[in-house]
Design a binder for this molecule. Structure first.
Ligand code: FAD
Length: 475
């Protein structure tokens, strides 16, 4: 339907949302000479660059500079750094700006047409884009193909509406210009644990309330346990098996009430509650029925191995299409969808998608655990190498944790790995490559690794699985 004064533009591909899924899709499509329009209602870079991965990692690393300096007396370093939170957040914002400017410039130079505004479907081949601000009007795009990349937003707990002051989400936590005295963090998933760790290192009294009975639920226990123990050593108090049920304002801050499975209540007095209990897809404002699409009960769009939805010319990528809700998965899916739109025989055929948690120590996982390998009918062999036996880890004073590699005993094919410890987020890439390439334990073990590096732990884990580790006893 045309509205008087409406401008309508034709485009081969309309990408809705410029997060790591959407902008990667747009850039890849433009590389393949597809005429592409990228529509973003807020900020190019999406949650990842503006409010998620990048700002959290910037604050984690800046905090670690101070924390490391303050805790290195055993290494002969005496320092009492003070942190100016507002300046730290300014620096973080500079990092974000540098990255988002870079993406915007890449879009310009690659020929991606970037449009600011909120898109919704008007019919099977038309999007209406409302520009922000009064009197800014709207325009329509007639598209051949569309990619929905509208991402996710934090789940709000009943009774805990985000008010930006007493009850905050992860985005607000990354914008705090003063270090809070105390915070109750609701949810011990990866976002809750990363933020709890950073706040505890900054001196905040942190209480983590988690309904389940451990931190980082879903990760293998021997991987999540060192993270929980280090957090406890930093002063984080864990309250497991309880759910946050309500809060009230007090003179000094707020009282958070929690409830266990028997309905027993506890109260926690705190400055703020930071709620990080998961993320939900942003699909409700897209008028999906106009294009003939519906979501599943949780609001996600179902897709096939080419990221295609139930409507042939509409694709969905990233958080909006479900787990794994991770930036690198979004980008990979975006590139695949763009290639399919360009007529290439692309499909999602990756063997494994890694995941990392940037706590202290870090966690990295990829592919199968031993139990998952057994469940899939493999006869797994496992090798494990502790950082305590790795020279490089000793030189950094960071020796907690291990690298584990899981392989199929008969063929030697590497099936997965788990790491907890220094740079685990980086180390897991090598095991990911091994899984993807069909490398064997021998391939990893026989690859000469630089000394002294943490990556030698991966090589030694592969050797350990073969009974040939040099720096630890073999079984
Ligand atoms: P998003 O990044 O959510 O982008 C979607 C974009 O679509 C947004 O910019 C939004 O404004 C826009 N949009 C929505 N609706 C419309 C509309 N109707 N019209 C126009 N535009 C629209 N992942 C990792 O892999 N590693 C990490 O370390 C990591 N850390 C995180 C830390 C935090 C605190 C958080 C919150 C998330 C973190 N994530 C991390 C998750 C990661 O941010 C997401 O998986 C990723 O951003 C998903 O990308 P996406 O492109 O699907 O969507």
């Amino acid at each position: 339907m045309m509205v008087v004064g409406d401008i309508s533009t034709g485009t081969d591909l309309a990408v809705i949302g410029a997060g790591p899924g959407g902008y990667a899709a747009a850039l890849r499509a433009a590389q393949l000479d597809v005429d592409v329009t990228l529509i973003e209602k807020d900020a190019v870079g999406g949650v990842c660059l503006n409010y998620g991965c990048i700002p959290s990692k910037a604050l984690i690393s800046a905090t670690d500079v101070a924390y490391e300096a303050a805790t290195a007396e055993d290494r002969g370093v005496y320092a009492s750094p003070s942190v100016d939170m507002a300046e730290m957040v300014d620096w973080k914002d500079g990092v974000v700006d540098q990255l988002t400017d870079g993406v915007r410039r890449l879009c310009e130079s690659t020929g991606v047409h970037v449009v600011e505004g909120r898109a919704e479907f008007a019919d099977e081949h038309t999007l209406r884009v409302a520009h922000g601000g009064e009197g800014q009007g709207s325009e329509s795009f007639e598209f051949e193909h569309a990619i929905v990349a509208t991402g996710s937003r934090p789940v709000e707990l009943p009774g805990f509406a985000f008010d930006g002051e007493h009850v905050i989400d992860s985005r607000a936590a990354l914008e705090l210009t003063e270090i809070p005295d105390d915070v109750v963090v609701v949810g011990a998933g990866y976002i809750g644990m990363e933020l709890s760790t950073v706040l505890a290192k900054l001196g905040t009294d942190v209480t983590v309330v988690e309904m389940l009975d451990e931190a980082l639920p879903g990760f293998p226990t021997d991987v999540s346990r060192p993270v929980q123990e280090r957090a406890e050593a930093l002063g984080v108090e864990f309250v497991f098996g309880e759910a946050a049920s309500e809060w009230t304002e007090t003179d000094e801050g707020i009282t958070v009430v929690t409830e266990d499975a028997d309905g027993e209540e506890s109260e926690f007095y705190t400055e703020k509650a930071l709620v990080a209990v998961g993320r939900q897809p942003v699909t409700d404002s897209l008028n999906l029925s106009a294009v003939g699409l519906e979501t599943d009960d949780d609001g996600f769009l179902e897709t096939d191995h080419q990221c295609r939805t139930a409507v042939d010319h509409v694709f969905a990528i990233g958080d909006v299409s479900g787990e794994p809700m991770l930036a690198h998965a979004a980008s990979h899916e975006g590139e695949v969808a763009a290639e399919v739109v360009a007529g290439e025989p692309a499909a999602l055929d990756q063997q494994a998608v890694p995941a990392a948690v940037f706590t202290d120590p870090e966690v990295g996982v990829v592919g199968l655990t031993r139990a998952e390998a057994e469940a899939e009918g493999f006869d797994p062999v496992v090798g494990r190498f502790p950082f305590a036996a790795n020279g490089r880890a000793l030189t950094t004073g960071d020796t907690d944790g291990f690298v584990r590699i899981v392989a199929d005993e008969d063929s030697g094919f590497v099936l997965g790995g788990q790491a907890v410890g220094p740079e685990a987020s980086e180390l897991i890439a090598e095991i990911g490559l091994a899984v993807e390439m069909g490398a064997t334990l021998e391939d990893v073990a026989a690859t000469v690794h630089t000394h002294p590096t943490l990556s030698e732990a991966t090589m030694e884990a592969a050797k350990h699985a073969l009974g040939e580790a040099i720096h630890i006893r073999n079984r």
